[in-house]
Design a protein around this ligand. Structure first.
Ligand SMILES: [Zn+2]
Length: 678
C-alpha cells in the first residue's frame, strides 16, 4: 500500500519558470503527492468554451516526471465572473436574504439549474482530458462545500424545498400534522405558502430580525433539504467525472459538522473520505482532530485522505495572529494523520501565495520558495513514513467502542437549544476525549452503523427518537451489547415535535428501566452534587449544565447516582438496567471530567473492553493498530515536556529497532512507534 505525503499546490498563481524548481523540491524532500486546480476555473476556461489546457498539461507532465501523484479538483467552488453573468440567479442568498456577491468563493446556489450545467460541463471536460493521465491518483469534487456560507435560501431553493417536502410528506395535511403547525396558527393551506425559514443551525445563519422563533420542524427539515441539495450537486459532478476515469473520487469535508451537510450522505457514493484536518500546531491537545479522524476513518470504511493539513501560521489570512509551527509540529500532525488511519496527508500549502484573499497564508515554503526548516522537517517525516509503510499497511485502527454522531441530533440541538450551556458537539467531544484518554481507540459512527461489532456504544443526548432506532438499540443491548445514553434522550420525534403519548425517554423507557419525570437545567455557577455508587466506587461528584430527574420502572434497574441536597435529595439521576444479555446505562446529568471518567470506567468494565497496557498521561495520544499477529502502538506527545511512561511489556521501536521494557521516555512533541513483542 502506498501512503501519500505532500502539499496542496497552486501553479496557476505562479509564473511558469517557478514550476520546475518548486516541483523538484517536492521530489527531493521525498514527497509523492499534491492537490491542484480547485480554484483554477478561469485559467482553464477564461470565457465560454474557450479552454486553455496548455499550462495544466505542462504542470501535470512536470509532476509526473518528478513522481508526484496528483489529486485533481473540479473548480466549482470559485465560479468565474463570466459564469456568474451567464447564470442569472445563481448567487447564494443567505438566511437574511442577502446576496453573496461574486469576487470571493462559494457564491453559488447548489440548486441553480444553469450553474449545475456549467459545473457538470467543466468537471466532465477535466475528466475527459486527465482521467487517464499517469500522474493522476484521484479526484476532489469542489472544495469544502458550504464552508463559511451555509445553506442557500433563494427562490430556486424555495421551489426545490417544496418539491422535497412533497416527497417527504405526500400531503399538506401530513406536513401540518408532522410539524405541529397548529401552534401560533402556522397551518399551511397551500404548498406555495411554504418558504425557506430565516433561521439556521450555524452561527452565520442567525436571523437579523429580533425575536424570530420558527417552527422547529420547519427549520430542521430545511437543514436536511439543504444537505440533500449539496449531496445532489456533488453527485452530478461525480457522475460527470466517473465515465472518464477509474481513479478514486472524493470531496474534502471540513471537520465533523461545520457545513450543514450530513457527511454520511455526502460520502455514501464516494470512494474515500477526504477531510481537511487542522489540528493546532501549538496546542497540547489533539482531541477535536482525533475525533474527526475517527469519523472520517469510518465514513467509507477505507483509509481517509487528508487533503489539507495544518502547516502552521505566521501571517494570518483572517486575522487573529495564528502562531507559527514550532519545530516538530509538522511531523507531529503528519503522524497524527497516518497513525489514526489516514492514507494521505497534504499540507495546506506548498508555497505561500502572494495574491488574493488568502495571500501570505501558512505554507511549507515561504514566498521566496527557499527550502528552510519546515522543508527539512517534511524531508525527515517522508523518510520515516517510507520506513513505517510496511507496518502501517499490515495494521488497522480497530475499536471495541463506538460513539454515535448524528447530524439530525446535532441540528435539532443547535436549532432549538434548551440550554445555552449545552452543545451536542462539545458533549460528543467530551465523551470521546474521556474515552481516548484511557488509551482506547474509539469509532465515531452513524446511527445506522452495525453496532453488533462493538462491545460498548455511547449515545450522546439523542434528542430525536423513532420506534425503528429504538428497536435497533434494544436489539443491540438484548444481544449482549452495553449502551450508555446521556440526558435529553428521546424527547422528540423525527419531526422535532415532543413525544407526548408515552413516557420519556421516548420508545426507550423499557430499555433503560426509567421514566424521565422532570428535567432541570443546571447552573454552571451553582453545581449540585450527585452521590455515586457503582459498586467499585462510592463518591460524591458535582454536576452542572443539565439533569434529567428519573424514576425507576424496571425490575432490574439499579440506581448508581442520586441527587444530594436540595429538594431533589435522593432522586435517581444515573441508572443501570439489565436487558436481555446486555446492559443499558442512563446518564441523566452532565458530569465534570473526573466524574465522567469514573462512570465510563464502570461501563467499560461492564462491557469487558480491553485497554492498552500502556497508561498515557494527559496530552499524549495513544493509537493502537493491529493486524494478524502485529500489535503496533503509536505514541504522540503533544505536550512540550518529556514524559515517562510504563510500557507494562516488551516493545521494539520500529524506527531504531531498539527494545524497550518498562520505563519509556518520550521527548516533548516527539512520536514513538512501538511493536509489541509477544
Ligand atoms: Zn438557492
Amino acid at each position: 500500500m502506498t501512503y501519500y505525503y505532500g502539499a496542496a499546490y497552486y501553479p496557476e498563481q505562479w509564473p511558469e519558470h517557478t514550476w520546475e524548481p518548486d516541483i523538484r523540491l517536492m521530489k527531493q524532500a521525498g514527497l509523492n503527492a499534491t492537490r491542484i486546480a480547485e480554484f483554477a476555473w478561469s485559467r482553464i476556461e477564461s470565457s465560454p468554451d474557450c479552454y486553455d489546457w496548455t499550462w495544466l498539461d505542462k504542470v501535470m507532465k512536470l509532476l509526473h516526471e518528478n513522481d508526484i501523484g496528483v489529486v485533481l479538483c473540479t473548480p466549482s467552488a470559485s465560479p468565474p465572473m463570466w459564469v456568474v453573468d451567464a447564470c442569472p440567479g445563481m448567487l447564494n442568498i443567505d438566511v437574511n436574504r442577502i446576496e453573496r456577491p461574486a469576487g470571493a468563493r462559494r457564491h453559488y446556489c447548489p440548486n441553480n439549474p444553469e450553474y449545475r450545467l456549467h459545473s457538470v460541463r467543466i468537471a466532465g471536460a477535466m475528466a475527459q482530458r486527465y482521467g487517464n493521465h499517469p500522474a493522476l491518483i484521484g479526484w476532489q469534487i469542489d472544495n469544502e462545500f458550504g464552508e463559511g456560507v451555509g445553506p442557500c435560501y433563494c427562490d430556486v431553493c424555495a421551489a426545490e424545498f417544496r418539491n422535497w417536502l412533497k416527497e417527504q410528506y405526500a400531503s399538506l395535511e401530513a406536513l401540518n400534522e408532522a410539524w405541529g403547525t397548529v401552534f401560533w396558527s402556522g397551518q399551511y393551506n397551500s404548498w406555495d405558502q411554504i418558504k425557506p425559514p430565516m433561521q439556521g443551525s450555524r452561527p452565520f445563519a442567525q436571523p437579523l430580525i429580533p425575536g424570530l422563533r420558527h417552527n422547529p420542524g420547519w427549520v430542521l427539515d430545511y437543514e436536511r433539504f439543504s444537505s440533500d441539495s449539496f449531496v445532489a450537486y456533488q453527485n452530478l459532478q461525480e457522475n460527470a467525472v466517473r465515465p472518464h476515469t477509474d481513479k478514486p473520487v472524493t470531496h474534502n469535508g471540513m471537520g465533523l459538522a461545520s457545513n450543514n451537510i450530513d457527511y454520511y450522505d455526502l460520502f455514501k457514493t464516494l470512494d474515500v473520505c477526504g477531510y481537511d484536518c487542522y489540528p493546532s500546531v501549538v496546542a497540547e491537545s489533539y482531541s477535536a482532530s482525533s475525533r474527526n479522524m475517527s469519523h472520517s476513518r469510518n465514513l467509507t470504511g477505507k483509509p481517509p485522505w487528508i487533503l489539507e493539513l495544518s502547516s502552521g501560521g505566521g501571517f494570518s489570512t483572517w486575522g487573529g495572529a495564528r502562531p507559527q509551527a514550532p519545530p516538530g509540529a509538522l511531523r507531529l500532525v503528519a503522524w497524527h494523520v497516518f497513525a489514526n488511519g489516514g492514507e494521505m496527508a497534504l499540507y495546506f500549502q506548498w508555497r505561500m501565495m502572494a495574491k488574493g484573499a488568502e495571500q501570505l497564508e501558512s505554507s511549507i515554503l515561504e514566498l521566496d520558495g527557499v527550502p528552510r526548516r519546515k522543508y527539512e522537517e517534511l524531508k525527515r517525516t517522508a523518510s520515516e513514513l517510507k520506513r513505517l509503510e510496511p507496518w502501517l499497511s499490515q495494521t488497522q485502527v480497530k475499536s471495541d467502542v463506538a460513539l454515535i454522531f448524528s447530524y439530525d441530533h446535532h441540528w435539532a440541538h443547535s436549532l432549538k437549544p434548551f440550554s445555552n450551556s449545552f452543545s451536542y458537539s462539545d458533549q460528543s467531544g467530551a465523551l470521546y476525549d474521556a474515552l481516548v484518554a484511557k488509551g482506547l481507540n474509539v469509532d465515531v459512527v452513524s446511527l445506522e452503523a452495525d453496532l453488533t461489532k462493538y462491545r460498548m456504544v455511547v449515545l450522546p443526548s439523542p434528542i430525536l427518537m423513532t420506534p425503528e432506532i429504538a428497536a435497533a438499540l434494544k436489539s443491540y443491548v438484548h444481544g449482549g451489547g452495553v449502551l450508555l445514553s446521556t440526558f435529553l434522550t428521546g424527547v422528540k420525534d423525527w419531526h422535532n415535535v415532543g413525544i407526548w403519548d408515552r413516557p420519556l425517554p421516548g420508545y426507550l423507557d423499557d430499555l433503560f428501566g426509567v421514566n424521565v419525570v422532570e428535567v432541570d437545567p443546571g447552573c454552571p455557577d451553582l453545581p449540585t452534587r450527585i452521590a455515586l455508587d457503582t459498586g467499585a466506587c462510592k463518591c460524591e461528584v458535582k454536576h452542572s449544565v443539565w439533569s434529567d430527574v428519573l424514576e425507576t420502572v424496571g425490575r432490574d434497574t439499579d440506581v448508581i447516582g442520586r441527587i444530594v441536597g436540595s429538594y431533589r435529595a435522593g432522586e435517581p439521576v444515573i441508572t443501570r438496567n439489565r436487558a436481555g444479555k446486555g446492559l443499558a446505562y442512563y446518564l441523566g446529568a452532565w458530569l465534570e471530567k473526573d466524574a465522567l471518567s469514573t462512570i465510563l470506567d464502570e461501563v467499560l468494565n461492564a462491557a469487558s473492553v480491553l485497554r492498552s497496557p500502556i497508561i498515557v498521561p494527559e496530552g499524549v495520544e495513544l493509537i493502537r493498530r493491529t493486524g494478524g499477529n502485529l500489535d503496533v502502538t503509536f505514541l504522540l506527545n503533544w505536550t512540550y515536556a518529556p514524559v515517562t511512561l510504563n510500557l507494562n511489556g516488551l516493545y521494539t521501536d520500529l524506527m531504531t529497532d531498539r527494545r524497550h521494557e518498562g520505563v519509556f521516555e518520550l521527548a516533548g512533541r516527539d512520536v514513538a512507534y512501538l511493536r509489541k513483542e509477544s
